[in-house]
Structure formats: structure tokens, C-alpha cells
Design a protein around this ligand. Sequence first.
Ligand code: 5GP
Length: 116
Amino acid sequence: MSDKTIFKKIIDKEIPAQVVYEDELCLAFRDVAPQAPTHVLVIPKTTELKSLDDVTPQTEALIGHIFGVIQRLARELGLAEDGYRVVSNCGENACQTVPHLHFHLLGGRGFAWPPG
Ligand code: 5GP
């Protein structure tokens, strides 16, 4: 039986996703249950990082790369002018449901603060 997460299956093209960006290090695709008019998930291709809590000095360059991708996507998707939110739910209290590091890029509407 496969112990791949749903995101690893998307990386391996075993299940479909609306991919908006891909390179050798990361993948960005539209969330299946969008919480905003634009809701994209940006994930590293490595399965070594289950959450932000697993980031180490050795993986900081990867995280920096991902944030560069997020910034470019926000611009390309037309979110930069009005603003956008980037979220990474880490662990149970934050309601993380998929144990593969991911960043939510949300835009196209206003957001409240503090978050729920
Ligand atoms: P988390 O709750 O872990 O921060 O975020 C996981 C996200 O993955 C959720 O927003 C959820 O809608 C999304 N998601 C779960 N399964 C799938 C799927 O099969 N395809 C896509 N595109 N997104 C998914």
C-alpha cells in the first residue's frame, strides 16, 4: 500500500492538479477547495519536510527559492497590487491536514486579522 501523501501523488502526476508553476525544486497548483478567488499551494518536491518545523539550515535555500516563486506567482496572477496572504499551517493547532510542507498563496479578496 502506498504511503505517499496526496501532494506526493500530485508531484508524481498520479493524480491530476491544476499546475500553475513547476521547476526542479517545487510545484505550485490550485487548491481543490479554494478559500479565496485565487488559492494556490506551493510545495517543495522533496518529501523530507513535513512542515515548517522540519526546516534546517541545509534547507533554508530551498525555502528562499520557494518564496521567490511565491512572489513571482503573486505578480503573475495579478495579486500584487491589492495584496495577498501567504500561510503555512504547521501542526495540529494550526489545522495542518497534509504532512508535506506547503504554502498557501491566497488573494483576490480582503482578509481579516487576526486569523481565526
Ligand atoms: P493544510 O490544511 O494542510 O494547511 O492544507 C492542505 C490543503 O490541501 C487544503 O487547503 C486542501 O484543500 C488542499 N488539498 C487537499 N487535497 C487536495 C487535492 O487532492 N488536490 C488539491 N489541489 N488540493 C488538495
